[in-house]
Each structure stands twice: as C-alpha cells, then as structure tokens.
Design a protein around this ligand. Structure first.
Ligand code: ZN
Length: 54
C-alpha cells in the first residue's frame, strides 16, 4: 500500500499493514498515513459536493 508523510509529503510504498512509525525522509514520528487512491478520493469529493449545498 502507499504511504504519505503529512509532515514532508514524502511518498513511498510498503507492505500491507506495515506502517513505519518514523518517516524515513524527514524523521518525524506518527506522520505517516495511508494514501488514498484516486477512486476513493473522487468518491469523497462527490459526497462533499452533494452534502454541502442542499
Ligand atoms: Zn516525512
């Protein structure tokens, strides 16, 4: 799965369920999270659009 660092924006791929605690690039802790793929991202945008202006 793909991970992204919220601190520095560094992206890399790792085995499923294996999220390092420390970013290998900037060394910050607990900044790594799973990056959403394009499909789920589009879904969220759609939902937000429909929910916002009713
Ligand atoms: Zn980082």
């Amino acid at each position: 799965m793909k991970l992204i660092c919220r601190n520095c924006g560094y992206r890399f791929e790792t085995k499923k369920g294996d999220i390092p605690k420390v970013c290998p690039y900037c060394g910050e802790r607990n900044t790594l999270e799973q990056e959403k793929d394009a499909d789920s991202l589009l879904h969220e945008i759609d939902d937000g659009f429909f929910n916002e202006d009713v």
